[in-house]
Design a protein around this ligand. Structure first.
Ligand code: NDP
Length: 329
């Protein structure tokens, strides 16, 4: 068996040296548990936050331990009446080839209903993040919505779902011309721009001449300031993530236009998907049929080989992915 461990805490941008790849004995399933051979692993921006020492919303990952994270695999040994050999399960034991998982931490996946990779993305926590964030933002039909990181796993669901639910206009930003074309041509965004092409405030103002009502924040910094400028009265921000700041080694300056929160009666709402797992049944009831009917599209960027998980993570932070970043074993 093989596992990927956090070798050291990155300072600034992580490097391959922050990870170690270790061959270990195959684990044994515990009493009442299962042994899972992993098939696909999730690679996520939040991992960067938890690689740092500073206390965030959850304890830091431990140096010398396996990188935790979402994974899906096949049960190859079962000591639980609830699981049979050959069944496919979702768990969070992270970046390893084999995982001994207690039964209560494994969730059966219906691979007939959707491809198993979807359960780590559009039908998994990233899809649920988009779903919960639109609730937090009190999204309503007729709203104009701007989402940053729009070609990513969360952002691509946010934009499409808002559109399907009757948004007046949906605008996305992303970091390449290909991603911008994907948003408009394939995902049905009304407008999109490459934030690397020029000031975000100018590009957003051009894309949203009547302002915006909801900003779904995935990026932070210049994007947040631009969104605050563009928000209409009673506008709302779903504060989901700030990926432009996860490598920061110094406190990051706030938006210079905070007074507009007052002028325009804005709401900034931070949220964590982990607080919204009770939404999962209603989320799946709404999203799974849309995915099946092809009304809600999703892309995945799949990297082959457990040993390439660290590089996939570094690439995710550089924007190499469109849609969900995954590692296939
Ligand atoms: P993505 O699939 O969006 O991948 C990350 C993307 O971020 C990259 O593809 C890249 O795209 C973009 N990016 C990287 N650096 C920058 C930068 N400096 N400026 C602008 N964009 C950048 O990841 P997820 O969909 O999984 O996550 C999106 C956001 O949602 C993250 O902020 C994450 O932390 C947050 N999140 C929050 C959750 C919560 O519970 N609150 C749960 C899950 C995710 P590009 O080419 O466009 O630059």
């Amino acid at each position: 068996a093989t596992e990927i461990r956090l070798a050291s805490r990155p300072v600034g941008a992580p490097t391959l040296d922050d990870f170690s790849i270790v061959d270990v004995e195959r684990p044994e399933p515990g009493e009442g548990g299962v042994l899972v051979r992993n098939l696909v692993l999730s690679v996520d921006p939040y991992m960067r936050m938890r690689m740092s020492e500073a206390k965030a919303y959850a304890p830091p990952f431990e140096v010398g331990k396996v990188m935790p994270g979402g994974a899906i695999g096949e049960v190859i040994e079962s000591r639980s009446a609830a699981f049979a050999k050959g069944e496919v399960v979702l768990h969070s034991a992270g970046w390893r080839s084999h995982a001994a998982v207690p039964a209560e931490q494994a969730v059966k996946i219906d691979t007939d209903a959707a491809p198993l990779t979807a359960y780590l993305g559009v039908l998994g926590l990233t899809g649920l993040t988009a779903y919960a964030g639109l609730i937090e933002a009190q999204f309503e039909e007729g709203d104009t919505v701007f989402v940053s990181g729009a070609a990513g796993a969360v952002g691509s669901v946010v934009g499409q779902l808002a559109k399907l639910r009757g948004a007046k206009r949906v605008i996305g930003s992303a970091g390449s011309a290909d991603k911008v074309a994907h948003l408009v041509d394939e995902l049905g965004f009304d407008a999109a721009f490459n934030y690397k092409d020029g000031p975000v405030a100018e590009q957003l103002a051009a894309a949203a001449p009547d302002g915006i009502d909801v900003y779904f924040e995935n990026v932070g910094g210049e994007h947040l300031e631009a969104a605050i400028d563009a928000l209409n009265r009673n506008g709302r921000i779903a504060y989901c993530g700030v990926i432009s700041q996860y490598n920061a080694t110094e406190p990051v300056p706030g938006p210079r236009n905070m007074i507009k929160v007052l002028h325009q009666r804005l709401t900034i709402r931070g949220f964590l998907v982990g607080d919204h797992t009770a939404l999962r049944p209603q989320f799946l009831a709404e999203i799974a049929p849309l995915v099946k009917q092809g009304k809600l599209r999703y892309r995945e960027t799949i990297v082959d080989g457990l040993r390439n998980a660290p590089q996939a993570f570094l690439d995710l932070l550089e924007g190499a992915n469109t849609g969900k970043m995954l590692v296939r074993l």
